[in-house]
Write a protein that binds this ligand. Structure first.
Ligand SMILES: [Zn+2]
Length: 484
């Protein structure tokens, strides 16, 4: 007897043959897909623990957010009307003060809200880099979702020494890698050339030799000063730095590359490293205005590119389908039409992202032998019918909010729009409570009409900190948007 049978779905498999089944059946046993075939009459009367009639719904592989930060999920609504410089000042002051003034309960509520946002947008897997990885691993594990979580290492931005941060990363890996039935795994996550000293990079190289199966997840070329920062670590540029330390290969994930040129793109592609692109956050705040992600060069050189929301709480959108839309619009605006086809975007959100994470044997497509991570989108609605071009429908018309049913490892985490795996009311109540505390402590004001930052920014109180000196010296472009 099957554990789960989904019948009469329109199935976009994203398998090697790129099959699309008009009326398809997905069979699942022990959390694994055992068959994806055209629906037969017997499937409608299948003997299974659970049978889902998915008539009028599209089934696709669970969506993957390939680069995200989560710690500050609760600041949603505060930052989205600020300009880039102001955003950065307020973010830094929050990041520096939140840990001691708000405590674990703030981050726990944030991670749980993030899981709820992720789940209800059809994102079954997240690749996260955060300063509260233990809280994250437990929140993701308990929610039934899948997550690769890296403790963000950045000795130029955090008070702990490289040795202390590396020791903490090692104990995180030992405690949380391959937990929750394998749904939660760990990565090694140095923040990038801006936040890490040579000493830290060398420690990262040691850590990676010790854990060769883990992904190395970092930011690269997100500021124009990337080469200068790499020079401070004794290398010609960031790619040379990684290469020299044996950190640049097919297990490496490089995020942003806003200031990488064509030659950099070629070197990255030749190394086999994967690229994570986050179009929304940079275009929204107009950072990196002088250059843009070198998509044509990466494509020509054959690099694998996946997509991420990065800091969804800064611009108030947790929908990775909209992220894909923005990636295409900005690429077309910069380089001319047809930079990314609709079906390529679907692949970038599924199988390409799975390949980047080294999980393409397990997830990223709907085919026998893979884990059953499936999202059903309800398209039996007036605003969608009639339709023909499914890749276009999936990337131009529907949104993450159209996700109706979300399955991970064969478990129904959301069914017919009802969340099953998380206590929704408690999650929302905790988020509201912790957010009120944040506002009381910082002076942020919010109303239904918008938000306003504290009149006297607490940045002044922390102006002796090195990161503020760096901003004063180099301007905001010096700093990535990811700060402790
Ligand atoms: Zn990031």
């Amino acid at each position: 007897m099957s554990e789960l049978v989904i019948h009469d779905a329109t199935v976009v498999t994203v398998d090697e043959e790129n099959r699309i089944l008009r009326e398809g059946t997905i069979r699942v046993e022990d959390g694994e897909i055992t068959a994806v075939e055209p629906t037969e009459e017997a499937d409608r009367r299948a003997d299974a623990d659970r049978v889902i009639d998915a008539d009028g719904q599209i089934a696709i592989p669970g969506l993957i957010d390939a680069h995200r930060h989560t710690d500050f999920a609760l600041v949603g609504g505060l930052f989205s009307d600020l300009d880039g410089d102001h955003l950065l000042r307020e973010a830094i002051s929050l990041y520096h003060n939140a840990e001691k003034e708000l405590g674990d309960s703030f981050f726990e509520a944030g991670w749980e809200l993030a899981c709820l946002r992720q789940l209800t947008n059809g994102i079954t897997t997240v690749n996260a880099m955060d300063f509260t990885p233990e809280i994250g691993a437990e929140a993701v594990g308990e929610s039934g979702l899948r997550g690769v979580i890296g403790p963000e290492l950045a000795d130029l931005l955090k008070p702990e020494s490289p040795a202390e941060q590396l020791a903490e990363a090692r104990s995180f890996i030992e405690e949380y890698h391959d937990t929750y039935d394998g749904r939660v795994t760990a990565s090694i996550a140095p923040g990038g050339e801006v936040g890490c000293s040579r000493k830290l990079w060398e420690g990262v190289a040691d850590l990676r030799r010790y854990y060769p199966d883990l992904r190395l997840h970092t930011h690269l070329y997100d500021t124009p000063e990337a080469d200068t920062m790499a020079a401070a670590s004794g290398a010609d540029d960031p790619i040379a730095l990684l290469d020299e330390l044996d950190l640049l290969d097919e297990r490496t994930l490089l995020t942003h590359l806003l200031h990488a040129d064509e030659d950099d793109a070629r070197r990255i592609a030749e190394s086999g490293a994967h690229v994570l692109h986050c179009a929304t956050v940079y275009s929204y705040f107009r950072a990196g205005a002088q250059t843009w992600f070198p998509l044509p060069a990466l494509r020509e050189a054959g690099a694998n590119v996946a997509l991420g929301l990065d800091d969804p709480f800064w611009f108030d959108c947790w929908d990775i389908i909209q992220e894909a839309k923005h990636a295409r619009l900005l690429a077309n605006f910069e380089y001319g039409a047809h930079q990314l086809s609709s079906y390529k975007l679907v692949k970038m959100l599924t199988i390409d992202a799975a390949r980047a994470l080294g999980m393409d044997d397990e997830i990223g497509s709907l085919e026998a032998g893979k884990r059953a991570d499936v999202v059903l989108f309800d398209v039996d609605a007036r605003r969608h019918e009639p339709f023909s071009n499914l890749p276009s429908l999936l990337t131009n018309t529907i949104t993450g909010g159209d996700a109706n049913t979300v399955i991970v490892d064969g478990e129904l985490l959301m069914h017919d729009g009802v969340v099953k795996s998380m206590p929704v009311e408690e999650t929302v109540a905790a988020a509201e409570r912790e957010r009120s505390r944040l506002q009381e402590k910082t002076g942020w004001k919010t109303s239904l009409a918008g938000s306003s930052p504290p009149e006297k920014s607490i940045v002044r109180r922390i102006s002796a900190r090195p990161i503020i000196r760096a901003i004063e010296q180099y301007g905001h472009g010096f700093v990535s948007e990811h700060l402790p």
